[in-house]
Design a protein around this ligand. Sequence first.
Ligand code: GLU
Length: 303
Amino acid sequence: MDYPHVVDQVMSAVRPHIGEGAVADYIPGLAKVDPKQFGFAVATADGQLYTGGDVHVPFAIESISKAFALALVLGRKDADVWKRVRREPSGMAFNDLIELQLENGIPRNPYINAGAIVVADELLADTGDAVAALRDFFRAETGNPALDVDSVIAESELRSGDRNRAISYLMASFGNMRNTVELALDHYFRQCSFSITCAELAKAGLVIARHGLRADGSRLLSEDDARHITGLMTMCGTYDGAGEYAYRVGLPTKSGVGGGLLAVVPGVCSVAAWGPGLDAKGNSVSGGIALETFSRTGGFSVF
Ligand code: GLU
């Protein structure tokens, strides 16, 4: 595969669209980000890195962290998380409450907020510190010993997080929380606030692309569970735009409202794109164009 050519094609396709979309403004810390930025990185399973644009500018990982938190939970032998969260697309917004009420506090999947709070709660109960578990993981996979939570974003999430509180208290009322709501949310908000670059995100995503193997060759999760993560990314990873992503990109993808996107070509590579401007469904506009171009140019669609 001629990756430099593929990256060139991506950068040309994206250039006229950089700055399009609206930055997430429901979290004040994200509203301040300059939308005229774009980064793109491909990390291959055999250890190469190909990049374009603002690839070393850190941004808030937001919902992309949900795939990694799930990987850490599934990687633990005692993981029983599937009693607490289902594996179906929701068709509703990522922070919906109505479906959660109708379905007795059991979230549809681990990538909507309710499901991700369950996973964070599970990781916290199992490890004693969900954020520390994720921090150790990210630092090891990216080789950046300083990678950490952006405390300004975390504070901003905490202050504007009433929707997530409502979701969590609703789940608690159905007996679906192991920790107190405030403690679980403290970890969830900080998990979403990890500051990461495109280059680092692509490297971290390799764990999923390598079917569960970490950078040091040890196994984080079983091949089956790595497949479960990518299956869920395909069905539920881009909010209620997942059908459109399957159609346009054809790769397991997880997005975040910080404008990041992580896509995986199983066995081959992990791809990160970042552009802060979002479409109406909460997915990065420029990042979507990048992934579509990447998939088409390289013939990477899994379908
Ligand atoms: N921290 C964000 C929230 O809970 C994450 C949302 C996202 O990226 O989808 O609202």
